[in-house]
Write a protein that binds this ligand. Structure first.
Ligand SMILES: Nc1nc2c(c(=O)[nH]1)N[C@H]1C(S)=C(S)[C@@H](COP(=O)(O)OP(=O)(O)OC[C@H]3O[C@@H](n4cnc5c(=O)[nH]c(N)nc54)[C@H](O)[C@@H]3O)O[C@H]1N2
Ligand SMILES: Nc1nc2c(c(=O)[nH]1)N[C@H]1C(S)=C(S)[C@@H](COP(=O)(O)OP(=O)(O)OC[C@H]3O[C@@H](n4cnc5c(=O)[nH]c(N)nc54)[C@H](O)[C@@H]3O)O[C@H]1N2
Ligand code: SF4
Ligand SMILES: [Mo]
Length: 660
């Protein structure tokens, strides 16, 4: 029997593998034996006809791919890199890479090639939360754990659909409800999550800042905030108080679309709850003011002092299995390594550790900037930017202009494959080993369960091959993932609070290591939390007579993004279709659209075909299309949050027409 972890979402469930059989690990604290349909079907995705099994190359994207060798492909890439200016090289990584993969890629890109253009799809996912945490708490640090819900009285889920996106955690929420936990869901849709809520607030898309500001303002106005905590541990209180004096309460409430009664009922529960957790995901992060939404939410915890004590705190629910690990390693272009930045001291520390003097001293391009930057080489690994970046028609035009696009993937049917010149076959989950950090700082280990397909390689090995070809033989001489993990562990000592040197690689699969458990204070220089006054600046795309609906996009339970791993013929577990469009009954009636009818949805950027799912569970003038429709981003707009550069996927103006 081998104990491993699921490689899909940020919950990070433990599993047991025994002779072709996969079950939940009952001894594992997070899931206590439970798995969702994705976890259960992990094995199926290893052995499918859509695996990419050999390196492929072609001179131009109009040609067919030809089978190649590793030697030929890696030489081609290395030669191109040697002849390219470092700021024209980009690494586009993924929150689904293992920590060791991330570490080697980051060390190669930032440490030796000397480009900080190393970023990840987490930019489209968690970057607003990262910036929010850093500003308010002083570091990208999740100050509580999932099991705090058992010590809490109230869980607020804002823009998070745990029933579909963090399924096993959702089961734990249901369990905690039996012990008295109250749940409030803030979502423009009555999701499966909202169905178990004590209060569902069907907020208008994009108005969460107003909602959290209304809470903060009332806490201050009615003297309900925690004076002692604020005095001792929080900055900017007077500023916030003064700014709120003139806040237009009626207008703010109107923007949320909620009635005064609804807000009052919520507030009554709020002030009578001793311990409160606010959790959030893409409904807040993916926004033109994603960072502001985060700080507005965190403000409420700073004002009430409901942080750094059991059952309390702002809980960002990371989506991908190792987006956290990637952040820790330094996989974002806005950080260097182990949460260190590009200041002189950090660069010196890291240069000494890696024994290099190639590190550049300015942040690199973000994933959302790379395609605009006229790069000459783009290496994409474990993610599908043509599918996932907003405004896809534009993305396709831009990627076509890059002379060398390398795609490292374990499957052959991504959307990006259509635009690559070189494709390298990676070993997927089950064929490799390595570590990942789940959404609440738990470091676990995926084990190899079956032999690696002959021509496939774990992602770290692919980056190491490239590094060696570029001449960095000594610095990239890792024999296995254990050696990489141990070098990374040593590196975490460069940043006090991140030190994980006590973890033991060999024990991780049965003894997960939780880092940061002793951190019970703010990580800012003055050890105080920072309040920020933010207001809803209405920066998202506005609806118009021509495009009267707001499109929101998101997940369904049994599908994983583009579906290379879940949308398989043998996966008969889908309970929802891949392509549907939730539309409010009234809107559908007006447009004379019936349930199940084919419709066309168009924005000023593109259009897609889908099927009407007529329901009262979504607000009027708002529609929802799941991202399992691979064409979704032909519709979305490419407005970015100004600080995190995360896209505003949930707020595109669209029109709907019947297909006759
Ligand atoms: N089954 C499955 N699970 C997954 C994934 C998957 O592909 N499939 N992906 C993983 C990843 S990478 C991620 S990032 C997470 C995402 O996890 P979630 O963010 O929980 O998933 P989404 O479906 O994107 O849900 C966002 C919710 O926000 C709501 N929303 C939209 N706009 C607004 C708004 O302005 N305000 C508020 N309050 N709510 C709004 C939407 O209606 C939706 O219900 O899921 C992870 N888990
Ligand atoms: N409209 C809209 N767009 C969105 C979002 C949204 O909510 N709405 N959400 C955004 C978010 S939060 C996210 S996280 C992204 C997700 O977007 P992507 O990261 O593009 O989605 P995936 O389908 O998970 O892509 C993972 C890729 O890795 C490949 N792969 C699987 N295993 C391995 C392996 O072991 N090694 C390698 N090298 N490759 C492997 C898969 O075949 C697949 O092509 O989408 C973003 N885009
Ligand atoms: S909840 Fe997440 S980690 Fe757990 S089995 Fe499902 S996909 Fe895997
Ligand atoms: Mo994500």
């Amino acid at each position: 029997m081998i104990r491993s972890v699921c490689g899909y979402c940020g919950v990070g469930c433990g599993l047991e593998f025994d002779k072709d059989n996969l079950i939940g690990d009952v001894a594992y604290p997070i899931n206590e034996g439970r798995l969702c349909s994705k976890g259960i079907s992990e094995l199926i995705s290893i052995d499918t006809s859509t695996r990419l099994l050999r390196p492929h190359i072609r001179d131009s994207i109009d040609e067919e791919y030809k089978v190649s060798t590793w030697e030929e492909s890696i030489s081609l890439i290395a030669n191109k890199i040697k002849n390219t200016k470092k700021d024209k090289i980009g690494f586009y990584l993924s929150g689904q890479l293992l920590t060791e993969d991330y570490y080697v890629a980051n060390k190669l890109g930032k440490g030796f090639i000397g480009t900080n253009n190393v970023d990840t799809n987490s930019r489209t996912c968690m970057s607003s939360a990262i910036v929010g945490y850093k500003k308010s708490l002083g570091a990208d640090f999740v100050p509580l754990r999932m099991d705090d819900i058992f010590k809490s009285n109230l869980l607020i889920l804002a823009g998070a659909n745990t029933a579909e996106a963090h399924v096993v955690f959702h089961n734990q929420i249901k369990k905690a409800k039996k012990y008295g936990l109250k749940v409030v869901v803030i979502d423009p849709r009555e999701t499966d999550t909202a169905k178990i809520a004590d209060i569902h607030l069907s907020i208008k898309v994009g108005s969460d800042i107003d909602f959290f500001n209304l809470i903060s303002k009332r806490l201050i106005d009615e003297d309900l905030y925690n004076k002692e905590f604020v005095d001792k541990h929080v900055n900017n209180f007077e500023l916030l108080k003064n700014k709120f004096k003139r806040a237009p309460v009626t207008k703010m409430l109107k923007r949320t679309g909620l009635t005064k009664e609804e807000f009052d009922e919520f507030f009554e529960l709020y002030i009578n709850s001793e311990n409160i957790i606010s959790a959030w995901t893409m409904g807040l992060n993916q926004s033109s003011q994603g960072v502001d939404k985060n700080t507005a939410l965190i403000n409420t915890h700073l004002l009430t002092g409901k942080i750094f004590k059991a059952g309390n705190g702002p809980l960002s629910l990371t989506g991908q299995p190792n987006a956290m690990g990637g952040r820790e390693v330094g996989g974002l272009s806005t950080s260097l390594a182990v949460h260190l930045g590009f200041d002189k001291e950090s660069i010196e520390k890291v240069s000494k550790f890696w024994n290099t003097d190639n590190i550049d001293n300015k942040p690199g391009l973000t994933a959302t900037q790379m395609l605009d930057a006229k790069l000459d080489v783009l290496i994409i690994c474990h993610t599908d930017p043509v599918y996932h970046l907003p405004n896809r028609n534009r993305v396709e035009e831009l990627i076509k202009k890059i002379p060398m696009v390398v795609e490292i993937n374990a499957y052959d049917n991504s959307e990006t494959a259509k635009f690559a010149h070189i494709r390298l076959p990676a070993a997927p989950w089950g064929e490799k080993e390595g570590t990942q950090t789940n959404l609440d700082r738990t470091i676990t280990k995926q084990e190899k369960l079956t032999r690696t397909s002959i021509e496939c390689k774990p992602d770290w090995e692919i980056f190491q091959l490239l590094a060696q070809k570029l001449g960095y033989k000594e610095e990239f001489n890792f024999k296995n993932t254990k050696e990489i993990f141990e070098e990374y562990q040593e590196m975490t000592k460069l940043n006090d609070y991140m030190d994980i040197s006590e973890a033991s690689y060999d024990e991780l699969s049965h003894k997960p290591f939780i880092w940061g458990e002793n951190i019970k204070e703010f990580l800012t220089e003055d050890k105080k939390g920072n309040l920020f006054f933010v207001e809803n600046k209405l920066l998202s795309e506005k609806t118009s007579i021509k495009y009267p609906f707001t499109l929101i996009t998101g997940r369904t339970r049994d599908q994983w993004h583009s579906g290379t791993k879940t949308n398989l013929p043998r996966t008969l577990l889908q309970y929802k279709e891949l392509n549907f469009c939730e539309i409010n009954t009234k809107d559908a009636d007006e447009l004379q659209i019936k349930h199940g009818e084919k419709i066309k949805v168009a924005s000023s950027r593109g259009e897609i075909l889908t099927k009407a799912y007529v329901t009262d569970a979504i607000r009027e003038k708002t529609i929802f299309i799941p991202i399992s429709n691979r064409e979704i981003n032909y519709l979305t707009n490419d407005i970015l949050d100004r600080e995190s550069l995360q896209p505003d996927y949930n707020h595109s103006a669209v029109k709907i027409s019947k297909i006759v």
